[in-house]
Design a protein around this ligand. Structure first.
Ligand code: ATP
Ligand code: MG
Length: 446
């Protein structure tokens, strides 16, 4: 993409309404624009990152054997009456009437609708296990929408639902989700720690939240510092292997890590003093096992192969896709702007032309642009007729992890400059080597 032809409405001034850095930078970098309280338009740069995050979620869901569907945002209240949640959900639910006076609602989550799909089509244990998921806009009329996309009213969420014959199978699904979420967040450059949590209005017994540590997080968290040394990394795991998934769950949940809702001071006190940590965290996901709560109330029964009709065991699993943009920025920025991890960056690298209009510099930039593009990479080329300082300022704000700077002086010596946004370190090297280096960095990522 050439910056002169892109739509990147970077703000010069610091937006006053933003209380936390991710909100401020998302507005300043021209990623989002508020449409009304807690509701945002996604401008090109923001939309690109949202899609990258969404792609990672889809890929990791597929790897775990989960199947994508898409359910409507507007749902009939009748289904929610069957589960008893129409009244129970309270003011967070946006209720709507259609022209016939029928009560509808904008989905805050979708247990009822997915259970309705299931009961209409699945009748036998032979069709289990089954996990259906979607990535869809949700609406919750939050009392205090704030912090930009972190606590919106309209937000983008991955919600998945497992259907299993037995409790044991459903717990395997729970563990499988935990493993796949660890992978998902790590690919986004995030450490998200699973913490024992409270189940809230979804209901249920077993639940973990995934928290990203950040000073601006809304939850207070307590943990054993050993947990932050754990990495899922690139280990291969067979998601059908119950024992393997269980082992990962045990590894990642055996150390103390809880939010204030479930905090147990006595257990915390037992951690060696130098490993006790109190911090703040951003909830980026949650997994639940809730058994037969919905299948019983809504009659989602299957033939168990022994002549009985039994309610299926279920769980639901959510990832805050739009909130993740905020969480990633909170975890990865400096005073000049965002620093995108390679896995989610909107463009793989920036090209800054220090002297637009200079025939040699223009040609070198075009050649770099062509070679990167030919390798399947997406550069953002600042070809505007602007001061170098302004170009660097924009690149720093929008946070591309790598920048190639091209100027007549370097070109005389046959070199360009390759700079890491994260460390600020630069090296001079021939253009082909800069391209090769960037290609290598993104091997297995892009
Ligand atoms: P919270 O406690 O933050 O209100 P929740 O526990 O009610 O969230 P879940 O039902 O677990 O939310 O939804 C799954 C994920 O969706 C959450 O982990 C979070 O990342 C995201 N999410 C929930 N509410 C919002 C919101 N208002 N804005 C943006 N993302 C949200
Ligand atoms: Mg939650």
């Amino acid at each position: 993409m050439r910056l002169s032809r892109y739509f990147l409405p970077v703000l010069k001034e610091t937006p006053r309404e933003a209380q936390i850095v991710s909100h401020r930078y998302m507005l300043q970098a021209g990623m989002i624009k508020q449409a009304s309280a807690g509701i945002y338009s996604w401008l090109p740069l923001g939309f690109k990152v949202l899609r990258k995050i969404e792609d990672i979620v889809h890929e990791e869901q597929a790897r775990a054997g989960h199947i994508a569907i898409q359910m409507p945002t507007i749902q009939s209240a009748d289904l929610w009456r069957e589960s008893g949640r129409y009244d129970a959900y309270g003011e967070e639910m946006l209720r709507i009437k259609d022209r016939g006076g029928r009560e509808m609602l904008f989905t805050p989550t979708a247990e009822e609708l997915v259970t309705d799909i299931f009961r209409a089509h699945v009748t036998s244990y032979k069709d289990l296990p089954l996990t259906l998921y979607q990535i869809q806009w949700k609406f919750r009329d939050e009392v205090r929408p704030r912090f930009g996309v972190m606590r919106g009213r309209e937000f983008y969420m991955k919600d998945g639902y497992n259907f299993d014959l037995t409790k044991e199978d459903a717990l395997h699904a729970y563990n499988r989700h935990l493993v796949s979420y660890l992978r998902t967040y790590e690919r986004m450059g995030l450490q998200a720690i699973p913490m024992r949590a409270d189940s809230g209005p979804i209901g249920g017994d077993d639940t973990h939240e995934f928290l990203v540590l950040a000073d601006t997080g809304e939850s207070e968290v307590f943990y054993d510092s050993e947990i932050t040394d754990l990495k899922f990394g690139d280990r291969e795991i067979d998601y059908d292997d119950q024992a393997a998934c269980q082992a990962v769950l045990e590894e990642f949940t055996s150390r103390y890590a809880r939010t204030d809702e479930t905090h147990d001071q006595a257990l915390f006190d037992a951690i060696p003093e130098d490993r006790k940590r109190t911090a703040r965290g951003i909830e980026v996901g949650q997994i639940f096992y809730f058994g037969t709560k919905y299948s019983e109330s809504m009659g989602a029964l299957v033939d168990d192969g022994k002549g009985n009709k039994v309610p299926v065991h279920m769980g639901s699993h959510g990832i805050g896709v739009s909130r993740l943009l905020g969480a990633i920025i909170e975890a990865s920025h400096d005073d000049k702007g965002i620093i995108w991890p390679e896995g989610v960056t909107p463009f793989h690298c920036g090209i800054v032309n220090l002297k637009t209009g200079d025939a040699e510099a223009d040609a070198a930039c075009e050649a770099l642009y062509a070679s990167l593009t030919a390798l399947g990479l997406e550069p953002l080329y600042d070809d505007r007729d602007e001061r170098a300082g302004a170009k660097f300022g924009t690149m720093d704000m929008i946070g591309l992890p790598w920048r190639i700077t091209v100027g007549p002086r370097g070109l005389k010596n046959g070199v360009v400059e390759l700079t890491s946004r994260r460390t600020g370190e630069s090296e001079e090297l021939p253009p082909e080597e800069a391209v090769a280096k960037i290609a290598k960095i993104y091997e297995g990522i892009a």
